[in-house]
Design a protein around this ligand. Structure first.
Ligand code: ATP
Ligand code: MG
Length: 259
């Protein structure tokens, strides 16, 4: 199982839409077995699949109350399962924060997901816009990191903080953690956006994906309809671009070979 974390400390950049759609595309178009983990107390990824509710989810793994197999639910899409989230995740974060911080605390998600790693090809984890003990657990459990960026809210400082966080986790507990790169969402063909892209590429902070996800009203519509883009509007630009982005990511990973 290859675990991919979609992170950005900023809100509203497209983390959830990207995690949910990449998970759906890997399952439905690449025929992978995929586990989507909602790592945000807002539960947006769970809502996207119409699965938001009171059932135990990510928080139960972090509080060591359940095994992963007990909190995995099938979605209506073949090959795509989910571990949901809700406000209980906030409690889990507080409990971990108040407890004695040690290496074991950061490894709780990694350990729990380890029990199902032979059941899946990919695990995609959506994150909240924060640096907390949940994010720490997600980065400790991940193999790869992708960072969605909105060019109109572009900020090197936030990105640098995040890259430092990733480097810190790699040094402390997860030597295999790879920052695969950043990709633009809400993209529009405007000179200011191209400038933002060039300055990020020139900065060398992290690799930048070729594929950008254009600004497309079908995206918020799809979240309201609680349907991934390739099911809701398969011919929309956003659906096509998410397929390209997923293929670009797959080409970087070993699991992509031949698949
Ligand atoms: N390519 C796009 N075009 C138009 N709207 C988009 C696009 N991508 C995302 N959006 C919209 O932008 C908003 C933020 O997207 P999303 O919820 O994925 O961001 P997020 O980073 O997960 O936010 P949060 O930090 O609050 O979890 C949503 O309303 C979503 O529908
Ligand atoms: Mg989100």
């Amino acid at each position: 199982m290859k675990t991919l974390a979609i992170v950005n400390l900023k809100g509203g950049v497209g983390k959830t839409v990207s995690a949910a759609n990449m998970a759906h595309i890997l399952a439905v178009y690449h025929h992978k077995k995929v586990l989507l983990v909602d790592g945000d107390k807002q539960g947006s990824a769970s809502r996207y699949f119409g699965m938001y509710g009171e059932q135990a989810g990510t928080e139960a793994l972090l509080m060591q109350l359940r095994d992963a197999a007990e909190v995995i639910y099938p979605t209506q899409y073949k090959g795509l399962d989910i571990i949901t989230s809700n406000l209980e995740l906030y409690k889990a974060d507080r409990m971990m924060y108040d407890s004695e911080a040690d290496e074991d605390m950061a490894m709780r998600l990694y350990v729990r997901l380890g029990y199902v790693k032979n059941d899946y090809d990919f695990c995609i984890i959506d994150n909240g816009p924060s640096v907390d003990t949940v994010t720490l657990n997600v980065l400790a459990a991940a193999d790869d990191v992708l960072i969605p960026i909105r060019p109109d809210e572009f900020s090197f400082s936030g990105l640098l903080d995040l890259v430092e966080q990733v480097n810190g986790v790699r040094e402390a507990v997860n030597a295999g953690l790879t920052l695969r790169g950043a990709f633009f969402t809400h993209w529009q063909n405007r000179e200011t956006f191209w400038q933002a892209r060039r300055s990020l590429e020139d900065s060398g902070i992290c690799p930048v994906f070729q594929t950008a996800i254009g600004y497309n009203p079908k995206v918020p519509e799809s979240t309201l309809e609680e349907m991934p883009l390739c099911a809701f509007a398969p011919r929309s630009w956003a659906a096509i671009q998410y397929k390209k982005l997923t293929a670009e990511y797959l080409a970087l990973t070993d699991s992509g070979k031949g698949g």
